[in-house]
Design a protein around this ligand. Structure first.
Ligand SMILES: [Fe+2]
Length: 463
């Protein structure tokens, strides 16, 4: 038996194998580019290390790509063959990977959380449970999973900063913004490479509309985060969200072209960044040229691959807005089939597609067809069912914007005014929201209130 740097026992052929495993996990925690390369090193040192196979299985599932999922299943098979000689903790990891392979993601998360009861220093179980609770929109589980382990962590335990960053993000998504900011900033002080903790602070600043600070926060760590992997592009996307709210649309497009979609990417984070920003720009009436084309071209290869509804909706936006409606409709059919095939079963995503994936996809198609009444009809119900899609509040907001746009364009003046009253209450520093509110108030014949809203937008832009 060998031990990792936190004292966790591993079944392995040598300490070198456990050290290689640790190095790969460290790179994963730091959103680095080399986690996969370091994992290969584990296989070279000890091809029969059961946790090496589990890690391989996890890494090939996380990107939600069909061709990689197949490779994850191969790792699962190998891990299952090694389970007889493993520890109980290691066997539970194999069970979690098997649940993932079977689509039973809630059971998988429950297994990782069960591991953490007795092994709160299992930083892989901790971080991956955190990530996958987030992917399911299970915000209470994400918060509580972290809260349970925190008393067992302090600065003397290697990796503490990463744990603090996860705790911070779990609080941020549960709207506990003050402690989230403090913890997130401390985690970045401990380790500037901790882009996930930095991302937590970016979300706090976005949620509170502290836009100049939001830009400065990312500018201030840009050199360190640029050396990280693809997740860093999501930080540039966050910075561009602030440009958007300042109505600096040229800056948004520049960031799009240079920073978060500099070239076509198969990565779902990159596609999400690109698709959702183009959709925001489209809703604001900004000409994005032919930028939808290269995103749609990638998405067209995923019409029949149902792995995560959240990603599919970003594919759907790209296909629809690039004018590839037939392919978008094929994808919608596939989403419906998936929802029907897994109705009431143990595949977690079945209900997600049924309740949120399919309705929002239908609304996106209606948006593309300028059938604004239909968008309103769907989204007035679906907007409150979107949490299980996962992703952040800031990411799902694109579909709330789609609803408001539809209400305005369909001439549903009272509804548009009401939705924008809600939005400006929740996000009072968004100039475009105040501008839209002014339009809605004008449409309702409330010119004086419209002028006040316009003045508010102007004041925000001048600040
Ligand atoms: Fe984010």
């Amino acid at each position: 038996m060998y031990y990792d740097k936190r004292g966790l026992a591993f079944t392995a052929s040598s300490q070198a194998a456990v050290d290689a495993f640790d190095a790969s996990v460290d790179e994963f925690l730091a959103s680095g580019r080399d986690a996969g390369r370091l994992l290969k090193r584990v296989a070279e040192v000890d091809p029969d290390m059961i946790m090496g196979q589990c890690l391989r299985g996890y890494f090939f599932r996380l990107p939600a790509l069909a061709d990689l999922a197949v490779r994850s299943d191969a790792a699962l098979l190998k891990a299952q063959g090694l389970a007889a000689n493993a520890t109980e903790r290691e066997r539970m990891h194999v069970q979690a990977l098997a649940a993932w392979s079977a689509g039973d993601i809630r059971r998988m998360n429950a297994i990782w959380d069960a591991i953490l009861i007795d092994h709160p220093h299992d930083i892989l179980a901790l971080r991956i449970a955190h990530t996958m609770h987030f992917f399911l929109g299970d915000l209470a589980q994400m918060r509580d999973s972290m809260a349970r382990v925190m008393p067992r962590w302090d600065e003397s335990v290697p990796g503490y900063g990463y744990v603090l960053g996860c705790r911070a993000f779990s609080l941020e998504e549960n709207n506990d913004l003050g402690p989230a900011e403090t913890m997130g900033k401390r985690a970045v002080e401990i380790n500037e490479n901790d882009v996930w903790a930095g991302h937590c602070v970016a979300h706090v600043l976005e949620a509170q509309g502290r836009r100049r600070e939001g830009i400065e926060w990312i500018d201030g760590h840009e050199d360190a985060w640029r050396k990280r992997g693809v997740f860093a592009q999501h930080m540039w996307w966050h910075r561009a969200l602030h440009y958007l709210e300042f109505e600096q649309y040229d800056a948004v497009l520049r960031a799009y072209d240079r920073e978060f979609w500099p070239e076509p990417s198969e990565d779902n984070i990159a596609i999400g960044n690109a698709s959702s920003m183009l959709m925001r720009l489209d809703i604001l009436g900004i000409d994005v040229g032919d930028r939808w084309e290269s995103v749609a071209e990638i998405c067209a290869g995923r019409i029949d691959a149902r792995l995560r509804a959240f990603n599919d909706l970003h594919f759907m936006m790209a296909l629809t807005m690039a004018g590839r409606r037939d392919e978008a409709k094929q994808m919608l059919d596939s989403m419906r089939e998936f929802a029907n095939a897994h109705a009431g079963g143990t595949v977690t995503m079945g209900a997600t597609y049924r309740d949120a994936g399919v309705p929002v996809a239908e609304a996106i198609l209606a948006h593309g067809a300028k059938d604004h009444a239909r968008v309103v009809e769907i989204m007035m119900q679906a907007r409150y069912r979107m949490l299980p899609l996962g992703g952040s509040w800031a990411q799902r907001d694109v579909w709330d914007r789609m609803l408001i746009n539809a209400a305005l364009k369909d001439g549903q003046h009272g509804l548009a005014r009401a939705l924008l009253a809600e939005r400006t209450d929740m996000a009072p520093t968004s100039a475009p929201s105040w501008s839209m509110y002014a339009q809605a108030l004008d449409d309702c014949g409330e010119a004086q209130a419209g002028d006040a809203a316009r003045a508010k937008a102007a004041a925000l832009l001048a600040a």
